[in-house]
Design a protein around this ligand. Sequence first.
Ligand code: TIU
Length: 221
Amino acid sequence: MITVDAEPAPIAFNPRRAAVVIIDMQRDFLQPGGFGESLGNDVSLLARAIEPCRALLEAARRTGLAVIHTREGHRPDLSDAPPAKIERGAPSQRIGDAGPMGRILVRGEPGQDIIPELYPRVGEPVIDKPGKGAFYATDLQAVLLHRHVDVLIVCGVTTEVCVHTTVREANDRGYRCLVPGDCCASYFPEFHEVALRMIKAQGGIFGWVTDSEKIIAALGA
Ligand code: TIU
């Protein structure tokens, strides 16, 4: 068992039953010319999460903590993309349109892949998800079940969209969620702050909030 200093209280868990889940650290969200920019965002605001994620990923790999990556994206024929999702954003740069990193938010395109700094290694499952939550229409729950995981350390982007949706989905499925705030980022810094407060309020209504250094220290890495 390890204990991580967190809010609203420290959390104790068996690291062999925990997984670091890195949400959507994709070029489409973090680099110019992708989905994030097509929605009118300044993608440079997400860069701050890269180094903390890299440090936590390295510690997880060194100590044998399970690592799972997710990618938001759709089939090339867009058959799994809701029209209500496609029709949002600038008309010339919607999901499926050609951009400098390939077709926006389409599986198999360079822009849909994970940034090089956090690239998955063999043995680290990559969950391709069509929605914001990592459980919706994916096999994430089966992967967690077979690895006997019941604590999720949820990192990635954006804090109030895909990280939050995944934490909410996980919470309702009985997982304890620990969110290192410095490993998450938003195009709206104020949303990031409030999203973290929403997780830890009311005695930890959705989970626990901490930072990467505290998890790395508890791992003894
Ligand atoms: N737009 C935005 O903030 N986020 C997303 O659409 N997806 C994720 O958060 N991954």
